[in-house]
Design a protein around this ligand. Structure first.
Ligand code: HEC
Ligand code: HEC
Ligand code: HEC
Ligand code: HEC
Ligand code: HEC
Ligand code: HEC
Ligand code: HEC
Ligand code: HEC
Length: 479
């Protein structure tokens, strides 16, 4: 060991290929070759080790953890330094987010690249999330393993949000204002709800049993929201934008959004409850109680759930666009789509407003026209309102009729699923924001059939003004 530059070494197995290939009878030679893992970082690096070899993108960590290494190599993070240089706008202030630094992990104060400007810290490497690895690398069996956080801070103290924020890419800021970043607390403490309403529950349901900082739990029961790394695989994936699952497959077991957005789209005969996050089943077209007389005529899959909208849920709910100042044309902000709003309320420049409490007529339907589905934003807005009005009218009629059905028909413990119960369930779709977009055709058909069934079964009379003809058909008036 040279003074001042202590080295860590790793034993790698090198099979001498020639021997193997020429004759299986010859002895195979396995050579243990000591390879230099890294040079001891200077003290100012604060324990970050960075690359073993930048040109081959071999991280020090990746010498041992070959799985994460090979996944990560293919991700955008492994290309962050070149991306910055190739932009033609590189300057010092840009660098800490495009390198291994104190950003994204437990380190505070300058560290890694910010402290040393050494090439070994180029790119968003393992330690950007896991934190300084020197202690672990020199003593891998030490239980103090560098773990990455699942939490996202928007104030710049931990996690993906330390880099993925600011007006050029305000992912963390938008996410924090979305339902995924501000979960309904009432469901977080209950085990039956956690697989969708907490981050750790979702990861368990996805089969991610790997360690992360919050996994050990805390006094509050350790709940975190649907954070970035719940949807995105931190190491990279075969899907677009490093997502853990596909967004373009119309299947509840495979589609990222539908994995949670499908709790009760089909009635549970033992429960009196109505629909609960029925968006997946609606879009696919298998939602609801199907009365015996239902004639669905083959168009139950909404046009929104078909090839016309390949991004499915994300196609409408995750759209990024640049916002410029109306007066000067100057850049204002990149809207990242991480508020997950399909038709956002926007300010004068077109940026999503914080409160989102505008009137229907002021919502932005541009996304619907861009996809080429609707002739114009106004057309899409009008179509949505026509559909919503129709669903509200039918639901009101079902509510009126259901009130005339004997109470004994609504006993969830009697092992019967009655027409009264089914009709009530179907009317519930009309009250969900978005049903008129998710599948107005199916919901209308379900409600008409429910009303017919209520008529037949309980001898009730339908109000003459309510048409029993299907009015919502793909295309036509809904363009
Ligand atoms: C010299 C080989 C070696 C290097 C280099 C190395 N590790 Fe490890 N790492 C290990 C071993 C061995 C374990 C298992 C320790 C145990 O189970 O007690 C481990 C465990 C881990 C774990 C926990 C895995 C689990 O499933 O429990 C994480 C996370 C981790 N290392 C991250 C890193 C990071 C980040 C780096 C780079 C800073 C790194 N490692 C570098 C050998 C290494
Ligand atoms: C040290 C800063 C930093 C941290 C921490 C960080 N990122 Fe990134 N991320 C970047 C940069 C820079 C890029 C752009 C890289 C490029 O494409 O050149 C990027 C790109 C991405 C992309 C786009 C990849 C693609 O192929 O389109 C995703 C998704 C992403 N990051 C997710 C995450 C998640 C999730 C976390 C936290 C678990 C995270 N990032 C943590 C800086 C960071
Ligand atoms: C606050 C952290 C941060 C700073 C500072 C920062 N970036 Fe980035 N940069 C990111 C993140 C995060 C992404 C990925 C965003 C995405 O995928 O939408 C990114 C993406 C990029 C990309 C696209 C990469 C690619 O390969 O497609 C370029 C180019 C870029 N940044 C250049 C710059 C320049 C130039 C500066 C300085 C003027 C800068 N960045 C400053 C965090 C930062
Ligand atoms: C963008 C942030 C991020 C980056 C970059 C990253 N990790 Fe991770 N890593 C995580 C998170 C979060 C977890 C825990 C959850 C999970 O596995 O999805 C994790 C889990 C792990 C684990 C334990 C599970 C396993 O897969 O064996 C190891 C080991 C690991 N990372 C090593 C690495 C190595 C090596 C690199 C670089 C080649 C790396 N990580 C890059 C965030 C990151
Ligand atoms: C509910 C799931 C979900 C959560 C939570 C989530 N994302 Fe995403 N993210 C997506 C989807 C879907 C896309 C778009 C994929 C597409 O259309 O290609 C995306 C795209 C991205 C991209 C690529 C954007 C581009 O222009 O290339 C980045 C970077 C990103 N997300 C970062 C983050 C960060 C950082 C967080 C946490 C603050 C986060 N995401 C939280 C689902 C999610
Ligand atoms: C891990 C489970 C999970 C995944 C994956 C998921 N969601 Fe959610 N989502 C939820 C839960 C739970 C809520 C309700 C949050 C609350 O208000 O308590 C929600 C809320 C929403 C909302 C209402 C937002 C608001 O601000 O009120 C929309 C829209 C949404 N999700 C769309 C999506 C889309 C699009 C995807 C896929 C890109 C997706 N979700 C993926 C669980 C998930
Ligand atoms: C299979 C996934 C899943 C399970 C399990 C689940 N939910 Fe949900 N829940 C969702 C999704 C997704 C949403 C957001 C979409 C919506 O509002 O339709 C949601 C929305 C809600 C809302 C409305 C939140 C709001 O802010 O508007 C409440 C309340 C709720 N759930 C309570 C519960 C309770 C209580 C449990 C456990 C008894 C539970 N959920 C179990 C997926 C689930
Ligand atoms: C054709 C576009 C489109 C598609 C595809 C789509 N949505 Fe929607 N979604 C909407 C519209 C429009 C609304 C109503 C927004 C409003 O009322 O401001 C909505 C509302 C919602 C809401 C209620 C939001 C709230 O504020 O309470 C949730 C949750 C939701 N969608 C989730 C999903 C999920 C999950 C998928 C995929 C299964 C999906 N959406 C597919 C357009 C779409």
């Amino acid at each position: 060991m040279r003074p001042g530059t202590s080295k860590a070494w790793i034993a790698t197995f090198v099979v001498v290929a020639g021997t193997l290939a020429t004759s299986a009878c010859t002895d195979e030679t396995i050579v243990f070759r000591d390879r230099e893992l890294f040079e001891t970082p200077v003290a100012a690096a604060a324990g970050f080790v960075g690359y073993t070899d930048e040109t081959t993108k071999l991280t020090v960590c990746g010498n041992c953890h070959v799985g994460p290494q090979s996944q990560w190599e293919e991700s955008g993070h492994a290309d962050a330094w070149d991306g910055l240089q190739d932009s033609g706008h590189a300057q010092e202030f840009c660098e800490s987010c495009h390198t291994v630094s104190e950003l994204g992990n437990v380190a505070t104060g300058t560290a890694g690249y910010s402290a040393t400007a050494e090439d070994r810290y180029h790119d968003v490497q393992c330690e950007s999330c896991h934190g300084p690895g020197l202690d672990h690398v020199t003593n891998p069996s030490d239980p103090n393993i560098p773990l990455a956080p699942m939490d996202v801070s928007v104030d710049g103290t931990l996690g993906c949000g330390e880099c993925h924020q600011g007006s050029h890419h305000p992912f963390a800021e938008e996410w924090a204002q979305s339902g995924h970043g501000d979960m309904y607390a009432g469901a977080q403490g209950r085990s039956a709800c956690q697989s969708c309403h907490t981050g750790e529950g979702a990861l368990n349901a996805f089969g991610v049993s790997d360690p992360y900082i919050e996994k050990g739990g805390d006094a509050q029961g350790n709940h975190f929201n649907i954070t970035c790394a719940v949807c995105h695989d931190p190491h990279g994936s075969d899907f677009t934008a490093q997502l853990r699952y596909s967004i373009d497959v119309a299947d509840e077991d495979q589609n990222l959004c539908m994995k949670c957005h499908h709790k009760r789209g089909i009635p549970d005969p033992t429960s009196f409850r109505g629909p609960h996050s029925p968006q997946g089943p609606l879009l696919i077209g298998d939602a609801g109680w199907w009365p015996p007389n239902l004639d669905i005529q083959g168009d139950i899959v909404a046009t929104h759930g078909s090839d016309a909208n390949p991004g499915l849920c994300a196609g409408c709910h995750v759209n990024s666009y640049e916002v410029t100042d109306a007066a000067t044309g100057e850049f204002v902000v990149n809207a990242t789509g991480h508020r997950f709003l399909a038709t956002p309320c926007v300010d004068a420049n077109g940026a999503p407003t914080t409160d989102q409490d505008c009137a229907e007529g002021e919502k932005n339907y541009e996304g619907c026209a861009v996809a080429g589905c609707h002739g114009s934003a106004q057309g899409a807005s009008a179509a949505n309102q026509v559909a919503q009005l129709r669903l509200t009218t039918l639901a009101a009629e079902i509510d009126r009729l259901v009130a005339l059905v004997p109470a004994t028909e609504f006993d969830s413990g009697d092992n019967r699923y009655t027409t009264g119960e089914g009709a009530k369930f179907n009317a519930g779709f009309a009250g969900f924001a978005g049903s008129a977009s998710h599948n107005p055709f199916l919901v209308e058909a379900l409600m008409i059939a429910s009303i017919e069934q209520l008529k037949t079964e309980y001898g009730l009379a339908v109000t003459a003004e309510v048409s029993m003809q299907r009015q919502l058909v793909p295309g036509g008036a809904l363009r």
